[in-house]
Design a protein around this ligand. Structure first.
Ligand code: HAM
Length: 420
């Protein structure tokens, strides 16, 4: 019986791993440049960590089970509750603002569709302990520069920003009580993917009057207010002005349709999309000032975002921004005289010790075959151990140009090291 991977789970063959490593390297490099430190948590957590605060959608997608000790546990569907738990437990050990990042693998039992799998890797960057909108600006700047780090430009993506406080101000004016705001956000979050009649029906079921529902839809579509803009609009305006000071205003756009699907957000929220709007969100996040208190009892403001590797990978592929498969070995040692195998083994070991990536045929084989393997394994040079070995020399052949030179054995490492 031939086994297959489970639906929504990926095999990473070496070429896929190269792409994944490229993405992780850019994520790490940008985060470190912004002064963020890397952390991680466990992939398995108590089920309750998610049922309390993440919101129904994600809870419906949990991979959960009872472990052998009778505990209700779940594979992590997101990292934010873990971060809230970890920071809450050791908050005093760290100067504020805490700026941390992580690259966890996450698991969600989703309905499979383009850009959505049942496992994905997600770059998470969060700032904890700063209330001011300056932190929101810093975080969104990191998001933009992370995408720019892959070679994407303002023509390729846009960050759509809104503020749940503005929405709450508007909803109060429309007579929709605070206890129904989370449910309204869950409906607004799906507006773009659903027929208007379905959305209207959902508002009806929630007890929102049809006049209020119409005003909500108008605001979502146009950003226009019925009456004066709520006072809460001021923070968002400051946010946009500060993004302008950073020279990044072309990358952001106020869009009230962005409210986010997760339950814990409390302020500015945002999602990054490809400009053509063909793909699902590349990244999403926002402020969640109450989550730490709820999870850990420690009252600290917080904000962050998550960027998945799936949609980002699709966009980079489409824009031709994935790395080409380059040479993987500095040298392949070709053993032209089998009697010289002992010397060749020593040479390979010495070269590796000196930092040269090299390989060789593990058993005797024709010289032509060994050259074929050198090319197939992506070597820059072939080093031939043959007749000239007795004179203290080896032939180095550049596989791209076919140029050959004789090099003293003692100088081989310096000649073959990467960058030489
Ligand atoms: P999220 O919007 O659920 O937020 O996920 C963030 C990003 O992860 C999405 O925009 C998408 O690129 C990717 N993603 C999510 N689910 C999948 C999936 N099933 N398959 C492929 N990619 C996926 C969060 O998870 C928040 N915890 C982010 C956050 C951090 N908020 C504050 N700090």
């Amino acid at each position: 019986m031939a086994f297959q991977s489970l639906p929504g789970f990926r095999d990473f063959y070496p070429g896929d791993c190269a792409v994944r490593n490229h993405i992780f390297a850019r994520w790490r490099e940008t985060a470190v440049r912004y002064g963020f430190r890397e952390y991680d948590g466990p992939p398995l957590e108590p089920l309750e960590l998610y049922t309390v605060k993440s919101g129904e959608e994600i809870v419906g997608q949990l991979y959960n089970f009872e472990d052998k000790g009778g505990r209700a546990v779940a594979l992590r569907p997101e990292l934010t509750p873990t971060l809230a738990r970890m920071v809450g437990a050791r908050e005093r050990d760290y100067k504020k603002p805490i700026k941390w990042f992580a690259i966890p693998q996450l698991f969600r039992y989703e309905r499979q569709q383009r850009g959505r799998l049942r496992e994905h890797f997600q770059f998470n960057a969060d700032i904890i302990g700063e209330k001011d909108v300056g932190a929101d600006v810093e975080l969104v700047a990191l998001l933009i520069d992370t995408l720019r780090g892959f070679g994407l430009t303002r023509e390729d993506f846009v960050v759509r920003v809104s503020d749940r406080r503005v929405w709450s101000g508007l909803l109060r004016e429309l007579g929709v009580g605070d206890e129904r705001h989370a449910a309204v956000f869950a409906i607004v979050d799906k507006i773009e993917r659903e027929e208007e009649a379905v959305t209207q029906k959902k508002f009806g079921a929630l007890g929102v009057s049809s006049a209020a529902a119409t005003a909500i839809l108008r605001f979502a579509g146009t950003g226009q207010f019925e009456k004066a803009a709520p006072a809460e609009m001021e923070t968002l305006e400051r946010f946009l002005a500060l993004m302008g000071h950073k020279g990044l205003d072309d990358f952001v756009r106020f869009d009230p349709k962005i409210v986010r699907g997760l339950a814990y957000y409390t302020g500015i929220v945002f999602e990054a999309f490809d400009r053509k709007g063909k793909l699902r969100a590349i990244a999403g996040g926002g402020r969640y000032d109450n989550l730490l208190k709820l999870v850990s009892g420690v009252d600290l403001p917080a904000l962050g975002f998550g960027m998945g590797d799936v949609v980002l990978g699709e966009l980079l592929k489409e824009r031709n921004l994935l790395p080409q498969d380059g040479p993987r070995l500095d040298a392949y040692v070709v053993i032209a005289k089998e009697a010289l195998r002992p010397q060749a083994l020593k040479l390979v070991h010495d070269l590796r010790d000196a930092g040269v990536a090299c390989d060789y045929a593990l058993t005797a084989g024709k010289v032509g075959k060994q050259f074929e393997l050198a090319a197939a394994f992506g070597a820059r040079h072939a080093v031939v151990v043959g007749d000239e070995w007795a004179q203290g020399l080896a032939t180095v052949k550049c596989l791209a140009t076919r140029e050959e030179t004789k090099v003293e054995i003692a100088r081989l490492a310096a000649r073959l090291r990467p960058g030489s």
